[in-house]
Design a protein. Sequence first.
Length: 236
Amino acid sequence: MLDIKTIQTELYSLGTEEKIGSIKRYFKTKKGQYAEADVFLGISIPQLRNLSSRFQDIDLNQLQLMLFSKFHEERMLSLLILVRKFQKSKIHSERDDIFRFYTDLKNIIQVNNWDLVDTSCRNIIGAYLMDNPLHVNLLTKLAQSNNIWFRRISIVSTYEFISKGKFDIAYRIAKLLLGDSEDMIQKAVGWMLREIGKRDKNSEINFLILHRAVIPRKVMRYAIENFSSYEKDIVR
């Protein structure tokens, strides 16, 4: 069995103080901000992806220990491995197990920063729900949570549906979140609406016109980023 200590020894050796400084500037780590309590090793995403391909055979019990690490990059590595396991598995029961592992409350609460959310949820929750639509109400429950990252998971997970030309669920979750005052949620909602527009501009325009009275300015700005001046005038 692959030993977690082997992974941690190599992972920790990659960190540098110089990178920690630049990473902390990238995230909001000041007192009262969303990443205030996060601890960083100073490791790049390409380095973590390389490790995830080499250590993808680690079992879920060991992976859970990594997910509960105080180090941001170790949690990220655990999620990168989990995504890789899910994508490579062709066995329904294995994908069921990974979905249940990810959505288990004690585990999903560790997906607690925007990059951890965006790297994992659409590739696990989104992909699973595409094949198992009876569980799609999970997104509604997450959207109604008091936890900011659960709410971001709910909207970013709809990316998988959007990529397949299915917009109804994304619109449903977006409407639930239009009143959200959190920056990280407004950006994510605008991002998903913009992704819809890349595939069907008229559909996005119709949604924006219908709800423009309650769409926050930041959501609108992100949503119409690729619009022409004429299209922006239509929806504002």
